[in-house]
Design a protein around this ligand. Structure first.
Ligand SMILES: Cc1ncc(COP(=O)(O)O)c(C=O)c1O
Length: 359
């Protein structure tokens, strides 16, 4: 028997949402009749001009990708209003979060994060051999900032803040977040995960990028998987001070961001009009989803992301019932998470919901 590190042996691996093909095979429907509202993906494909640049890049696959990301870096810097050396790219935010956990954590250290929140914070902590300190959300499904501060002690090396928070869609206001950053000790890294930042319409929120580029203990993570619709290409990034990023990225393997991911992301950034259109489409879809739930008197948490959380006692029964009708959602402890799909997908969701006679 091989010897596995005990902290790895005890990990319960991340369970990804099921694919439409797998569910279709299970319930005997055609794949086109399955609606996937499980993984907070974009209902639309990549920005239209991405197809051409990816096709062109395919035949360069014999060469390793550009590790310095010379095309993508200045475009992203311009998009955010930061310098190129404030950026660190990785194979999705998930990979960056693991690398951060490995760089700052280890046996004898602790990591603080809200719960429920993005499960990778917990998994990455375990992988690093550190101790997780989950802090429950407050009664309004908001991240409890004072609760996070209360459990930080001299063992704590990192605290994660997810805003808007997955799975609840709730945000932490800009003023509160800045106060929180002031209160965290200087030697504790704060990771502000803004995977869903582009979907926010509430003016209380603001990106923490300007804080990350001036505070050595703060980074912001962002992704091309959501509003930029490149989830399958695996590309995300962290924003921070160059010296901070230089330490964290030592953990990363070289060439982890593929050429197709780089050119697709760069091309997407050249189309701010398309980005705005998709942000508006999500806001409209979210309003429609929330209105449909309100009409049916279904309890939901008002969302600032591309999904809506429905608190309920037995979310897995609801998940199963909807899946049986070809609608895949995500069951999480304490509720069901439903992504903002296209209009047609959301119509299917409500048809299934109504068919179940649950309202
Ligand atoms: C809060 C949060 N952060 C990060 C990610 C992961 O993004 P990526 O696809 O870049 O790994 C997700 C994906 O669902 C998420 O919910």
């Amino acid at each position: 028997m091989i010897r596995i590190r005990p902290e790895v042996a005890s990990i319960h691996p991340y369970v990804a949402g099921r694919t439409t093909a797998a569910v279709a095979a299970d319930i005997g429907l055609a794949e086109r009749d399955i609606v996937k509202l499980a993984s907070n993906e974009s209902p639309d494909g990549p920005f239209p001009s991405v197809e051409g640049v990816v096709a062109e890049a395919v035949m360069t696959a014999n060469r390793y990708p550009d590790n310095a990301m010379r095309e993508l870096t200045p475009l992203t810097a311009q998009h955010l209003g930061v310098e190129s050396d404030n950026l660190w790219f990785g194979a999705g935010t998930s990979a960056i979060l693991r690398e951060v956990a490995l760089a700052v954590g280890g046996p004898g250290t602790s990591a603080v994060f809200p719960q429920p929140s993005f499960v990778i914070y917990d998994l990455a902590t375990q992988l690093a051999g550190a101790t997780g300190r989950p802090v429950p959300l407050d009664g309004d499904y908001q991240v409890d900032l004072n609760g996070l501060l209360d459990v930080i002690d001299e063992t704590t090396s990192v605290v994660y803040l997810c805003s808007p928070n997955n799975p609840t869609g709730t945000l932490t206001g800009a003023e509160d977040t800045r106060r929180f950053l002031d209160a965290v000790p200087d030697d504790v890294l704060v990771v502000v995960d803004e995977a869903y930042g582009e979907y926010v319409t509430d003016s209380q929120w603001a990106t923490m990028v300007p804080e990350a580029v001036r505070r050595p203990n703060v980074i912001v993570t962002k992704t091309f998987s959501k509003v930029f619709a490149l989830a399958a290409f695996r590309i995300g990034y962290a924003v921070g001070m160059p010296a901070t990023l230089a330490e964290l990225r030592k953990v990363q393997a070289p060439f982890t961001v593929t050429t197709v991911a780089q050119v697709a992301a760069a091309e997407s950034l050249r189309h701010p009009g398309e980005l705005a259109r998709r942000q508006e489409a999500n806001a409209a879809g979210r309003r429609g989803l929330e209105a449909g739930l309100a009409d049916r008197r279904v309890r939901y948490v008002p969302s600032q992301a591309n999904f809506v959380f429905l608190p309920m006692d037995n979310p897995s029964a609801m998940f199963q019932a909807l899946q049986g009708l070809g609608v895949i959602t995500r069951s999480t402890p304490g509720g069901l998470r439903v992504s903002v799909g296209s209009d047609a997908e959301l119509r299917r969701f409500f048809e299934a919901f109504d068919e179940l006679g649950l309202v």
